[in-house]
Write a protein that binds this ligand. Structure first.
Ligand SMILES: Nc1ncnc2c1ncn2[C@@H]1O[C@H](COP(=O)(O)OP(=O)(O)OP(=O)(O)O)[C@@H](O)[C@H]1O
Length: 631
């Protein structure tokens, strides 16, 4: 809780210190006025009883002024911290978005705790706006309690103990908040499930299948069940925490009764005057209000404190371990590496010619150790991979050379590991053991962002950004976002000019029906824009086409590959780029320089089309089957 207060004060100071200080000063004035009202009222009562009219009137004016200060200063302060709180929320939202993609690898998305943290933080962000206000108010209240206690103790020293009576409610409040927090944490999975089901039932992307399969009712029923399980748990926690809080308040009410009794007894025996009785009654009530106010604020800060610790856990989760080797250091060929046998599938002519990869001599090296152009290519060296937090080996001892400027086609059954292979190649995951060498340098030792900036990919599940066409394509190379010439050139390469020219808004036409008045596109049109985005990349060293054509017929797939190949050839000639296709259509992949057949994560065979046909193994069998189907 204190950590949360410090976190938001530091963030506020960093964001706009002038606003923060002004709000704090105004708030302090407001909170100081409260206890002084009690003192002035006591003095006013005595002056009235002593019939000192002008003093009583002055004190009356003083009480009124203090009351106005107490009421108004909080509002003035609000004007300052309100905007600051907005800025803080914005800053944290930015940070969470950055953290979600703060790691060049994407394995964190496969970790349940990471996904859960993102849900908890995203929900928690709604409460963050109240954190600064709670921190400032709590500081004001602590100041107020201190001053009030000192004034009360001057009348009756036993009243010094009054704030101590607030301790049990504070402790009970703590327990109450923990009960609530653990119920919320325990419900995180169900909240995720429920949110996912709501989006399934309400978003356009799943509408067709939901409607045609009549899946609305079961989805809504599952959502209701998930939500009911959550709310039952959270409501029960709310009831228990309300009881705990009420017990704390009741305890304090008793302490207040004793305080008033003590001073009234003094007045009866003549050791206190009426003004002091008024003062104690007024201020003791204030202590009660202050304590319950502080408790509520403590609750708010505790809740926000959970969000702060979740943000800190997220930060820790994306913090990368320092790379042992300096970036961009070429590794001597065949150098021992944990888990690497160095064995290549060397008997094949396609790889035999490039069986050894030596360190580059005199080749220009781009930023982050990534070569300006590939001279030898990429080598998979006994690469084994299992997804995070799983034991199942998806790629098993894959060894392969992909010479610079060549094309590689990856084929195999569903689930054979083809997409996983290309994700490793793109640096989105790290091999569990073995290594991937780029011109002799371990991919681990290259700057991930630089390597990824030199990849041009179009995946099966390519993104459909419900933004403008400009943004859909421009995201491929942000520097070209506002350069129409570059965007049109990429669209021409993807043969997508016609799609854009038909739109009233041209490049700035909004797409999709998620919000605003966007236009809908067909699957093929979205895909063409996706290809445009891929082809906007400059000087790629790796081009990947991972089954983006799964939904297309053979002719359309062929056309798509042709468009891609033109750019791939250019990149291969200019920068030694390698091109990797993943496809189930053998007619599409037959022209690749090298075809690798993955079978349950292992390289079953590889070579060019002629070599594989001559082997008469799985490739030849599947090719024969597909050729027969199209004959
Ligand atoms: N993020 C993930 N976490 C855990 N397992 C995964 C993940 N992604 C894929 N897998 C598993 O890895 C295996 C290989 O998946 P991959 O997508 O690489 O296969 P594929 O050959 O591309 O299949 P397809 O032809 O169906 O696209 C599958 O069994 C899949 O369940």
């Amino acid at each position: 809780m204190l950590r949360a207060a410090r976190f938001f004060l530091v963030l506020g100071y960093r964001t706009d210190r002038r606003r923060l200080l002004t709000a704090a000063i105004l708030m302090t004035i407001g909170y100081l006025a409260g206890p002084l009202v009690g003192v002035a009222l006591g003095a006013l009562t005595n002056a009235a009883l002593d019939q000192q009219t002008s003093l009583a009137v002055s004190l009356g004016v003083c009480v009124a002024t203090l009351l106005i200060f107490e009421l108004m200063m909080g509002h003035f302060a609000h004007l300052y911290y309100f905007e600051l709180a907005d800025l803080q929320q914005l800053e944290l939202t930015d940070e969470v978005a950055r953290l979600a993609h703060g790691n060049p690898q994407i394995d964190q998305f496969d970790r349940p705790r990471f996904a859960e943290l993102l849900t908890l933080v995203t929900e928690g962000l709604q409460r963050v706006r109240s954190a600064l206000e709670a921190t400032l108010q709590l500081s004001g209240l602590l100041l107020q309690v201190t001053i009030t206690t000192v004034i009360l103790a001057m009348v009756e020293p036993w009243l010094l103990l009054l704030p101590l009576a607030a301790l049990p409610p504070v402790l009970l409040n703590n327990t109450a908040q923990k009960v609530l927090d653990s119920a919320r944490d325990a419900s995180a999975h169900e909240v995720q499930l429920s949110t996912h089901l709501v989006s399934l039932a309400t978003t356009g992307s799943s509408a067709k299948e939901v409607r045609l399969f009549g899946a609305q009712a079961p989805i809504v029923a599952r959502q209701r069940a998930a939500w009911s399980a959550t709310t039952a748990r959270v409501w029960s926690a709310h009831r228990r925490s309300a009881l705990l809080r009420a017990a704390g308040q009741a305890w304090f009410a008793c302490a207040y009764g004793v305080a008033v009794f003590l001073v009234v007894r003094q007045a009866v025996t003549g050791s206190a005057n009426v003004g002091q009785v008024v003062l104690v009654i007024t201020l003791a009530v204030q202590v009660s209000v202050q304590v319950s106010g502080a408790l509520a604020l403590l609750g708010t800060l505790q809740g926000v404190g959970r969000t702060v610790s979740h943000v800190e856990e997220l930060r820790a989760a994306v913090a990368r371990p320092a790379s042992a080797a300096g970036p961009g250091q070429p590794v001597p060929d065949g150098a021992a590496h944990p888990g690497a046998s160095g064995a290549l599938v060397g008997e094949d002519p396609a790889t035999a010619s490039s069986g050894t990869v030596t360190a580059p001599v005199g080749e220009p090296v781009g930023s982050g150790g990534v070569p300006a152009r590939l001279t030898r290519g990429v080598r998979f060296e006994d690469v084994t991979f299992a997804y995070p937090d799983t034991d199942r080996v998806i790629l098993d001892g894959v060894s392969l050379d992909v010479p610079a400027g060549s094309t590689l086609a990856v084929v195999g059954d569903n689930g054979a590991g083809k997409s996983t292979f290309v994700k490793l190649l793109c640096g989105l995951y790290r091999p569990t053991s073995g290594r991937i060498l780029v011109d002799g340098v371990d991919l681990r030792d290259l700057d991930d962002a630089e390597w990824q900036a030199r990849t041009a990919t179009l995946f099966q599940d390519f993104a459909r950004f419900e933004l403008t066409i400009r943004e859909n394509v421009g995201v491929g190379r942000l520097a070209s976002l506002d350069v129409d010439e570059d965007l049109w050139a990429a669209l021409d390469r993807a043969r997508g000019r016609g799609i854009v020219e038909k739109q009233a808004g041209g490049l700035d036409q909004l797409l999709g029906h998620g919000y605003g008045n966007g236009v809908g596109l067909s699957g093929g049109q979205w895909q063409t824009l996706g290809l445009g985005r891929t082809l906007l990349r400059r000087e790629p060293l790796l081009l990947v086409l991972d089954e983006p054509a799964a939904a297309l017929d053979a002719a359309a797939e062929h056309a798509l590959f042709e468009r891609f190949v033109a750019t791939a050839d250019e990149a291969g000639r200019a920068g030694g780029a390698i091109t990797c296709f993943v496809s189930h259509r053998f007619s599409t992949v037959r022209d690749a320089d090298q075809i690798v057949v993955l079978d349950a994560g292992k390289v079953r065979e590889h070579g060019d089309h002629a070599a594989l046909m001559a082997r008469g193994d799985l490739y030849a069998e599947l090719f024969g089957l597909q050729a027969g189907a199209y004959a």
